[in-house]
Ligand binder design. Structure first.
Ligand code: G3P
Ligand code: CA
Length: 244
């Protein structure tokens, strides 16, 4: 799999409300080839594209996702908090997001987001099953902070591309990799250290960094061989950073 150099974080979240169909469309319109999206399940098992544990920050409603049903979330306005231009935007179901990604011929880094009270196995089984039905394997990268979720994803398909997601990369990353056979490690770039980077390169895995919105401060990490970035605005990066 050819991993992307740039991934639009939560869709093109600099210019559209994060994790919405509008943000996916905006990424494609801006020429991005890959988007990162967070997926989790509602209380009734419906898989939706959403980051937070609650709907409070990014909608006109209140409440915890795990306590909500598909009917309830469909009444929320998830665009106005960002800008009046997006008034009436609805929370995206996973199926809707996958259909749009497929139609736009994008790739997706699908993050299995395990907030408190959520079942990693249920989420992995639901989300990976649906994604594999809609997208070719070379345009699907499944990542998670939750190694149990990744284990369930791996059990579904030996060929599925997995990304181990960490804040600071822990010492145990190599044993996680041995067990889960990922293609990439994803790390918070502000907590990156060169020793771990060299270990990951030696294992011939890609290293993707999030959430990189400061190209100047990040520049030296490219020179150290970081493979790609997850960014709110890929346009921040210029031709100096194109794939070598
Ligand atoms: O997938 C990388 C990054 O999105 C993880 O952090 O909190 O933005 O989901 P967060
Ligand atoms: Ca994410």
């Amino acid at each position: 799999m050819q991993l992307p150099r740039y991934i639009a974080h939560r869709g093109l979240s600099k210019h559209a409300p994060e994790n919405t169909l509008a943000a996916i469309q905006a990424a494609a319109d801006a020429g991005c080839e890959w988007v990162e999206l967070d997926v989790q399940c509602l209380g009734d098992g419906t898989a939706v594209i959403w980051h937070d544990e609650s709907v409070d920050r990014c909608s006109d409603g209140q409440g915890t996702l795990i306590d909500m049903t598909r009917d309830q979330i469909r009444h929320l306005d998830v665009g106005s908090w960002f800008s009046p231009d997006f008034r009436g935007e609805r929370m995206a179901l996973l199926d809707e997001a996958l259909s749009l990604i497929s139609a736009l011929e994008l790739g997706v880094n699908l993050e299995l987001k395990i907030n408190p009270g959520h079942d990693p196995v249920e989420l992995a089984n639901t989300a990976v099953h649906r994604a594999r039905q809609v997208l070719p394997l070379d345009r699907l990268l499944v990542s998670s902070f939750d190694m149990n979720a990744l284990e369930s994803a791996r059990a579904q398909d030996e060929k599925l591309a997995l990304g181990l997601l960490y804040e600071a990369i822990p010492r145990r990353w190599a044993s996680d990799a041995q067990r889960l056979r990922p293609v990439s490690v994803h790390a918070d770039w502000t907590q990156l250290d060169q020793e771990r980077l060299i270990e990951i390169q030696s294992a011939e895995l890609a290293l993707l960094c999030y959430t990189v919105n400061d190209p100047e401060r990040f520049a030296s990490w490219w020179d150290h061989g970081v493979s790609g970035v997850i960014t709110d605005d890929p346009a921040l990066f210029d031709s100096r950073y194109q794939r070598r």
